[in-house]
Design a protein around this ligand. Structure first.
Ligand code: SAH
Ligand code: SF4
Length: 353
């Protein structure tokens, strides 16, 4: 009989499996809490489940913790992990701003949703690798569980508080798995992370943005806009040829209409696009849209030829948006000293391994 991935199961599914196998219902709650809340990685650690029941459960369920291949620590508190999956593929996962003394109340994890990515954006190290496969529900939620497990070895009270689906891959092209992982991470007997503390980032998969508004209006949405011009965006983000800006903005309007939620628009600035005309075009595009612009200096990736603008250029760009009444923030790329742009590390390390 084929086994089911334990870390991808909701409590109700575990109750069903226990029932089918003649086990008591409370076993399901115990199992769920061991993996989802206490982040244990082996059957042996589940102390309150007796040998006989454990044998039965093991024959139906598989437990695949992610293996830590590498960990890098940045001076600013960012930690970057390279995890190995059960079939040997690797993914990246980042814990942002983690420090023992500061920001004790906010620990954000940047989660991957696919191995590689089919979209192929011009500036993205993950895009350069193509798509290997989708991640399973257990592998998506498992990144949060395993980071928690590793950090708790040094800091037993550690708890992830926020999640951004901004790692490798396009979350809306692995839609069902990502939504189920969100449900798992939100579960109160598990990590209990609020829906509003999780954000999905997309390059603009229009039909899925509209569907997301209906399926989960609570979770946050970030749209990787980068430019307000179709000709430029076609080259940067090939998805734009399928869903150009007018369709994308219509989907964003519908999303805010249904959810009443503000969208974050990500704009990576390069020496090319950090110009006044670009900022003005962006201000026109976002006129009337309930949103917030997040400016990020591009993280230079070998082979893309893109460079960061200087802080003065970024400031001027932000000013144009602000003058047009658009809410804007700019942040320094985190973990810049450890190649934190997702996909970069895997590319570097895979070359060495
Ligand atoms: N596929 C989704 C989520 C993963 S990418 C998306 O595209 O939104 C997460 C974010 O990192 C996106 O905003 C993406 O545009 C940005 N990004 C990718 N490569 C980058 C780089 N080299 N520098 C700065 N941002 C980058
Ligand atoms: Fe894929 Fe996002 Fe990278 Fe584009 S930026 S290639 S959509 S992961």
């Amino acid at each position: 009989m084929e086994t089911i991935e334990l870390r991808g199961c909701l409590e109700d599914e575990l109750i069903e499996i226990c029932k089918e196998n003649g086990l008591k219902r409370f076993r399901a709650s115990q199992l769920f809490q061991w993996v989802q809340q206490k982040t244990v990685r082996t059957w042996e650690e589940m102390k309150n489940i007796g040998d006989r029941d454990r044998q039965i459960l093991r024959s139906r369920l598989s437990l695949y913790p992610l293996g830590k291949v590498r960990e890098q620590r940045s001076e600013d508190g960012t930690r970057k992990y390279l995890f190995r999956l059960n079939d040997g593929e690797t993914i990246e996962c980042v814990l942002m701003d983690y420090e023992r003394t500061r920001s004790r109340d906010r620990h954000t994890v940047c989660v991957s949703t696919q191995v590689g990515c089919a979209v192929g954006c011009a500036f993205c190290a993950t895009g350069l690798q193509g798509l290997q496969r989708n991640l399973s529900v257990g592998e998506i939620a498992g990144q949060v569980l395993d980071i928690t497990h590793y950090v708790r070895q040094e800091d037993p009270d550690f708890q992830v508080t926020n999640i951004v689906f901004m790692g490798m891959g396009e979350p809306l092209l692995n839609y069902d798995q990502v939504l189920k992982a969100i449900q798992l991470l939100n579960h109160e007997q598990g990590q209990n992370i609020g829906m509003r503390r999780m954000t999905i980032s997309t390059c603009g998969v229009v039909p899925r943005i509209i569907q997301l508004a209906k399926d989960n209006p609570q979770v946050g949405l970030a749209v990787s806009l980068h430019t307000a011009q179709d000709e430029v965006r076609n080259d940067l983000i090939p998805m734009n040829r399928r869903y150009p800006l007018d369709q994308l903005m219509a989907a964003c309007r519908e999303y805010t209409h249904v959810t009443r939620r503000r969208i974050t628009f990500e704009v990576a600035l390069t020496t090319e696009n950090a110009r006044r005309e670009e900022a003005e075009a962006l201000a026109r595009l976002l006129n009337g849209q309930f949103g917030h612009v997040n400016l990020i200096p591009v993280n230079p990736v070998v082979g893309t030829g893109m460079e960061r603008p200087n802080p003065e250029q970024i400031k001027r760009f932000a000013q144009v948006l602000e003058d047009a009444g658009i809410s804007v923030s700019s942040r320094e790329e985190r973990g810049a000293d450890i190649d934190a742009a997702c996909g970069q590390l895997r590319r570097l390390w895979e070359g060495e391994l």
